[in-house]
Design a protein around this ligand. Sequence first.
Ligand code: SAM
Length: 222
Amino acid sequence: MLSIVSTPIGNLGDITLRAIETLKNVDAVICEDTRVTGKLINQLEIPKKELISMHSYTSEEKLEIVLRRLKKGENMAVVCDAGTPSISDPGFKLISNARERRIPMEVIPGPSAFLAALSLSGLPANRFLYLGFPPLKKGRKKFFESLALQEVTVVIYESVHRIQKTLDELAAVLSEQPDRPISIARELTKIHEEVISTQASELNQVAEEITKKGEFVIVVGV
Ligand code: SAM
């Protein structure tokens, strides 16, 4: 059985009872960074586990070994460093291969930054589009142009390194829609959790002034 387990995006208290139980019972945990997951397991007072690191660039051989072990009946959990596997994080390749081979799977849902930001934003969330990280180079211009054309709430991720650039590019592409409401969530569930509710016409100023620390989710309303 492969259990897909969400883990906290900042606050350890957000781990679910099922997640703890699953991590306790599996034979091995497939993760991104073994140090990050090792620390989580330690904090949860779970005895040491076999940790297998897996990324999008992991070799086919390593993936094959894991899939064979699962097929033979071993129980494994897949986690990412924070949040839900496969959501702008590794997991997809393993999960799609496991599904192809009819390996039994279950999901232990939990935190994801886009959902937390969306519900906290106060922007309409009955219909929304999750676009993940803007591309770094190729396709970046098109990404923002298409975002501006959307008629539903759009959610994107950004890191501290590019938050200012991304907010400035968003301001440029929304220059003819100055009233579009924007919510910027920073450091969700952590000590410095902050939400800035603003609008497109204010974005350049927000980009200048926003605290350039931590992790960000940008929610663009209609
Ligand atoms: N799999 C994760 C999820 O389910 O949300 C996303 C991982 S992605 C590599 C990391 C990005 O998620 C960050 O750059 C940021 O945009 C967003 N993120 C993760 N944790 C966050 C937090 N505590 N506050 C705000 N944004 C966060």
